[in-house]
Design a binder for this molecule. Structure first.
Ligand code: ATP
Length: 389
C-alpha cells in the first residue's frame, strides 16, 4: 500500500434496516467485534463506521472477515474547502498515477456526497475536483462507465477521499443471533455449514466426535485447524470446540445392529449428544453439513430416521447446494485446503451402507443398543475443550 490512508469507512447493510433498538444493539455489537479484531478507534457517524486503525494493512485484512460489514474503503482525510481538497486530491492523484491506476487515457468520474451545511453543492465540488484531475493528468471524464471512480465524502468540516470499495462478507454481526451447536467433522461440508450460520450472526459451539480407533490422529488435527480458521470469522465472540470420544459408541453400533445401519446410527447418536451439549451450553439449535442425496446417510428417508426423538431444530444450511458450490465456498473461506488433507477416513463405514433405513428399524436398533444411555455416558465423561477467540 502506497497511499497514506488514515481512516477506513465501513458500510453495513442489513443492520441498517432494523428498528431503532435492534439496530442500536447490532451496531454496538459490530463496533465491539471490530475493536476485538485489531487495535483501533472506531465510531459510528451518519450510518457509517469510521475506523482509525493502528495498522492499516492488518485492519484491511481483518475487516474482510467481520460479518455485518458490506463494504469498506481506506481513505485519506482532508479539511473541507476548495484549497485543502485540491491539495489532498493532487497528492492522491500522484499516488494513483504511480500505481498505474490513472493515466491520461483512464476514463474517470468524481463521486461526491455531502452531509452538513456548505457554501457549495455536491455537484459543484465534483466538477471542481474533476477539473483538478483533468488539469493534472488530462484524463477523460466519463460519468456513465468510468474505469476509475474517485469518491469525495464530505462530512461537515472533514472530507474523505477514496477510490477502493472493498466487498465485506455481509451477514449479521457475530453474536447477535444466539448460540448453535455445530457438528464439525474434518470434511469439506460441515465447516461451510458452520460458516454460513456464523454469517447469520450465530455464536458457535463446535462439537466433534473423535471416532478413534476407527479414525486416526490426523482427523483430530484437521478439526483443530478448521476450528482455528473458522474462529477468524468470530472476532469479539467466543468460538468453542468440544471433542468427545465417540469410538466406543460406534463399536456398540457395529456389535449390536445390522452393519449396514452403522452410519445411520452413528448420526442418530450424534444428534442426541449434540442436543445434550446444546442444553448445557444454552444453544437453541444444532447445525450439520447435510446436503440432500450427497452420501448414504443424507437421503430423505435417512434424514428422517436419524433425527427421530431430537427436540431442538437441526439446521442444515447446505441441504440444497451442489458439491461444487460447497467446495467453491470452502475455498473462498479458507477451509478447503485443510479439509482435503488425507486422514484415512472412518474404517467403521460399511461397504454397503443403507440408503433408506425405516424409522421403526432405526428406533428398534437404537433401543437394542441403548443409544440414549451410551450417549449420556459419553456426555458425562466430558469433552476436550478448546476456546478460540
Ligand atoms: N466426526 C464427526 N464429528 C462431528 N460431526 C460430524 C462427524 N462426522 C459427521 N458429522 C456431521 O454430520 C454431517 C454429515 O456427515 P457425513 O459423514 O454423512 O457427510 P459428509 O458429506 O462427509 O460431511 P462432511 O463433509 O461435513 O464431513 C457432517 O456434515 C457433520 O455436520
Amino acid at each position: 500500500m502506497i497511499l497514506d490512508y488514515d481512516v477506513i469507512l465501513a458500510r453495513y447493510g442489513e443492520v441498517a434496516i432494523k428498528g431503532p433498538s435492534v439496530r442500536r444493539r447490532f451496531e454496538g455489537k459490530l463496533l465491539h467485534n471490530i475493536k476485538s479484531a485489531f487495535s483501533c478507534r472506531a465510531e459510528l457517524r451518519h450510518g457509517r463506521i469510521f475506523i482509525f486503525p493502528e495498522d492499516m494493512d492488518e485492519a484491511l485484512d481483518r475487516l474482510s472477515k467481520i460479518f455485518g460489514i458490506v463494504s469498506f474503503s481506506p481513505a485519506v482525510t482532508a479539511e473541507t474547502g476548495f484549497d485543502s481538497i485540491e491539495d489532498a486530491l493532487r497528492e492522491y492523484i500522484d499516488e494513483l498515477r504511480s500505481e498505474g491506476l490513472l493515466t491520461s487515457r483512464t476514463p474517470f468520474a468524481i463521486r461526491c456526497r455531502r452531509v452538513g451545511e456548505h457554501d457549495f453543492t455536491s455537484q459543484e465540488m465534483a466538477a471542481f475536483a474533476g477539473s483538478v484531475v483533468v488539469g493534472e493528468v488530462g484524463a477523460p471524464v466519463d460519468l456513465g462507465n468510468p474505469d476509475l471512480e474517485i469518491h469525495l465524502e464530505i462530512r461537515e468540516d472533514e472530507t474523505y477521499i477514496y477510490h477502493r470499495v472493498i466487498p465485506g462478507p455481509g451477514g449479521l454481526p457475530a453474536g447477535t443471533q444466539g448460540k448453535v451447536v455445530a457438528l464439525l467433522s474434518g470434511g469439506i461440508d460441515s465447516p461451510v455449514a458452520t460458516y454460513l450460520m456464523m454469517k447469520r450472526g450465530c455464536q458457535v459451539v463446535a462439537v466433534h466426535m473423535d471416532n478413534a480407533p476407527f479414525t486416526g490422529e490426523e482427523a483430530e488435527e484437521k478439526v483443530e485447524k478448521i476450528a482455528a480458521k473458522l474462529a477468524e470469522y468470530s472476532a469479539g465472540v467466543e468460538f468453542k470446540l468440544r471433542t468427545f470420544s465417540y469410538g466406543r459408541y460406534l463399536e456398540s453400533c457395529r456389535k449390536g445392529a445390522p452393519e449396514k445401519m452403522t452410519c445411520v446410527l452413528c448420526k442418530f447418536g450424534m444428534y442426541h449428544l449434540a442436543e445434550m451439549v446444546a442444553e448445557e451450553e444454552g444453544a437453541l439449535a444444532i447445525v450439520d453439513g447435510s446436503s440432500l442425496g450427497q452420501v448414504a446417510s443424507q437421503t430423505l428417508p435417512n434424514i428422517l430416521a436419524t433425527r427421530m426423538g431430537v427436540n431442538i431444530p437441526i439446521l442444515s444450511p447446505l441441504i440444497g447446494m451442489d458439491k461444487v458450490e460447497i467446495e467453491n465456498l470452502a475455498k473462498r473461506i479458507g477451509t478447503y485446503d485443510i479439509s482435503v488433507i488425507p486422514d484415512g477416513g472412518c474404517s467403521a463405514v460399511p461397504a454397503h451402507p443403507s440408503t433408506a433405513s425405516p424409522p421403526e428399524a432405526v428406533m428398534e436398533a437404537s433401543e437394542k443398543i441403548n443409544v440414549k444411555e451410551e450417549v449420556a455416558e459419553i456426555f458425562r465423561k466430558g469433552s476436550k475443550t478448546r476456546i478460540f477467540s
